[in-house]
Design a protein around this ligand. Structure first.
Ligand code: FEO
Length: 434
């Protein structure tokens, strides 16, 4: 654990931050930057408390490693802090746990100043690094690392754990066993700017931690659980993320909190497969079709089917249900050549949860052109869902025969979920040919 002296360090102003590099553990300094004015991250996430870009410097008897950097506009503060504790010719390794620009903005200039440094990153980070460096990539010292790889700094070492999709495919964690510090980049982060840096010194940030998980990590929650399983056996005394407070007082509590956040929110009430059917209906025709699909699916044993009219509904409460469902069918009329706004609102929110691999389907009534069903299908495929059936479209109100086709459509969807029908997936070429 960190020494008592570290805990007694005078509090720094909340948003202006500490002067110079900040000791984090023996041989480890924080050399990051504060961004108290940030109000929107990646365009999608409001950040009322700003954020920090945490970068760390690890010194060993045989060199120095820099772990992650900062957003480009904060590079001057990063270099000033770095220069307070190391020379550029001492830098042996630059560890890039994740290549999103908020962590790599200072990398091109850093390798210009420290060309001898070897860049360590996951294999999936290579294309991003090539794009980041441009021509400089050709002369950079680059070494892909993954779980099982380690490098030495003399009396300290760094080991790597491949933890993809927390938050991009390239993400990894870096372990400093001699000080029991785990550097996790986005994982365990929070958009919360407080210059006192440490969990036990800053204001209450639990809301920011949870919100960060919901908006950044939740779509990848199964990957988060895999990452937690991989790193939990480590005897860590500190989690050093790349955003927000450094977790040193109760790091395992934050791991447990993250595991709880990544665990299904709705407890499965049944061992049956779950099919949710959402629809919007202008004149009742799509509603009739939705009911027929529901009734057909219900004929299949082992499937629990639920039908929801989206008109007037808040989308938020449905997200937990959808996250736990096995299949999703969405019905929309075509109005002005498009699906209706409420349906798009639902589809837009699906980016916040894990949808990869779920079964999807679309259906709807139309008057003239009927594009909406195909547009919804395209969106579902974009969400990495599996579409086993071409969408079901009917002109105006469904006839008795079309209602029977709706019931058959529902039965086939249900059979895909139970496995009584062979797994099937349509592709874009098939869609285009229709
Ligand atoms: Fe903090 Fe995914 O970048």
């Amino acid at each position: 654990m960190p020494s008592e002296a570290l805990h007694l360090r005078p509090a720094a102003p909340r948003t202006t931050g500490p002067e110079g590099a900040v000791p984090v553990a023996h041989g480890v300094h924080w050399i990051g930057a504060l961004d108290p004015g940030l109000r929107s991250f990646d365009v999608i996430l409001k950040t009322a408390n700003g954020t920090t870009y945490n970068s760390y410097l690890v010194r060993g008897t045989e060199g120095v490693a820099v772990i992650d950097t900062v957003k480009a506009e904060f590079a001057p503060a990063f270099f000033e802090r770095l220069e307070a504790v190391a020379r550029y010719d001492e830098i042996r390794y630059i560890v890039l746990n994740h290549l999103e620009p908020d962590h790599t903005g200072a990398v091109p200039e850093l390798i210009r100043r420290a060309p001898q440094a070897e860049i360590l990153l996951s294999p999936r980070g290579l294309p991003m690094l090539r794009a980041l460096l441009g021509e400089a990539f050709a002369t950079a010292q680059v070494k892909p690392v993954t779980t099982g790889h380690a490098v030495s700094l003399g009396n300290r070492s760094l080991a790597f754990f491949n933890t993809p999709y927390v938050h991009w495919p390239d993400t990894q964690c870096t372990w400093l066993p001699e000080e029991r510090v785990l550097f996790t980049c986005d994982l365990f982060g929070s958009h919360f700017c407080d210059g006192r840096l440490f969990e036990d010194r800053v204001d209450d940030f639990r809301h920011a931690f949870d919100n960060y998980f919901d908006r950044i990590m939740r779509p990848f929650r199964s990957f988060v659980i895999s990452a937690l399983d991989l790193i939990e056996p480590l005897d860590f005394a500190m989690i050093a993320p790349a955003h927000g407070p450094i977790l040193r007082a109760a790091p395992r509590d934050w791991l447990a909190r993250t595991r709880a956040l990544a665990t299904p929110r709705t407890k499965a009430e049944t061992a049956e497969k779950v099919l949710l059917i959402f629809y919007v209906s202008a004149y009742g025709a799509t509603a009739q079709l939705a009911q027929a699909i529901h009734d057909g699916a219900e004929e299949e044993e082992g499937v629990r089917v639920s039908l929801f009219d989206l008109e007037g509904a808040d989308i938020g409460p449905f997200l937990d249900l959808i996250e736990e469902a096995d299949g999703l069918a969405i019905g929309t009329p075509t109005i002005n050549g498009d699906a209706v706004r409420t349906v798009w609102d639902l589809l837009a929110r699906l980016v916040d949860i894990e949808t990869r691999g779920k079964m999807g389907a679309a259906f709807g009534s139309y008057g003239w052109s009927g594009e909406a069903v195909r547009l919804v299908e395209t969106r579902l495929q974009g969400l990495k869902m599996r579409l086993p059936e071409p969408g079901l479209r009917v002109k105006l109100h469904p006839s008795d025969e079309e209602l029977e086709e709706g019931r058959a459509f529902g039965r086939r969807l249900a059979q895909q979920l139970t496995g009584r029908a062979p797994p099937r997936e349509i592709d874009f070429a098939e869609l285009a040919a229709r």
